[in-house]
Write a protein that binds this ligand. Structure first.
Ligand code: F6R
Length: 243
């Protein structure tokens, strides 16, 4: 477990983007697990910048996003697919067939989730997974008390999580109640993991995840057991680490 503490939110994005670029240089057909959310905006902005500046070939890059809201597709501006199109997919050269996303509008949700697990396996597993963290310690949309053995599935979102995402929807009522998410066991299979966190509002969750007891109340605490995980934190998110 490696903890990197840097100044601010933008620097967190720069550092993570640099690490991802190094991995793509080593393995152009890298299988990259991706996350959404506010923390990720500077990350994608800097990743796009570095890809363009260094003329990195992303044509063979394979991506798997962590999650999607149930009932939404890319035409809905609150969907995670829309977020990804806007911040990353439309800005770099990726093959459509290499972009993997959970379909929140799938008729058969169970089949959709099983298919996603199979697609990940078929791709050879995730080489590098990018994660954010919720104020309650969630990773992906695996809320507090999700089983460490969980796989990709349909989950109920916490009110806190829905409130934290109001900005993407305009009102709490419009934030979906449910989402499809890779499970915790799915995430833990990734060969490498980089978790990004910025802002004081994450300080408590970060401290519990990194220094607290490993328990299902704080899903991110399981990362203490991963053999190749880096936490990139800004000063605010790292605030409670030395207490
Ligand atoms: C979404 C995801 C979530 C977010 C987390 C933090 O794809 O994986 O776990 O990373 O909710 O979101 P922000 O960055 O908006 O605080």
């Amino acid at each position: 477990m490696k903890i990197i503490i840097i100044k601010n939110k933008n620097d967190v994005g720069i550092k993570a983007a640099e690490l991802v670029i190094n991995e793509i240089k080593k393995k152009p057909d890298l299988v990259l697990g991706l996350a959404t959310g506010r923390t990720m905006i500077p990350f994608y902005r800097n990743l796009v910048k570095l890809i363009r500046r260094n003329k990195i070939d992303t044509n063979n890059l394979v991506t798997f996003n962590l999650d999607e809201y149930v009932g939404l597709n890319e035409r809905n501006k609150g969907s995670l697919r829309y977020f990804m199109e806007k911040n990353f997919f439309s800005k770099v050269n990726l093959k459509k067939k290499n972009i993997n996303f959970l379909n929140g509008k799938a008729r058969n949700i169970l089949r959709e989730c099983r298919k996603y697990e199979k697609e990940i396996m078929k791709a050879g597993g995730v080489d590098l997974q990018i994660l954010g963290i919720g104020r309650n310690g969630h990773i992906g949309f695996n809320e507090s008390l999700s089983s460490f053995k969980s796989r990709t599935r349909n989950v109920l979102l916490n009110k806190m999580t829905r409130k934290d995402n109001v900005a993407f929807f305009g009102s709490l009522k419009k934030v979906p109640q449910r989402a499809l998410t890779m499970g915790i066991a799915t995430i833990m299979k990734a060969r490498r993991i980089i978790l990004l966190a910025s802002g004081k509002q994450k300080a408590k969750a970060v401290a519990l995840a990194l220094k607290g007891k490993i328990n299902e109340k704080i899903p991110a605490s399981i990362l203490q057991r991963h053999k190749d995980v880096k936490f990139i934190l800004d000063a605010g998110a790292a605030e409670n680490l030395n207490q």
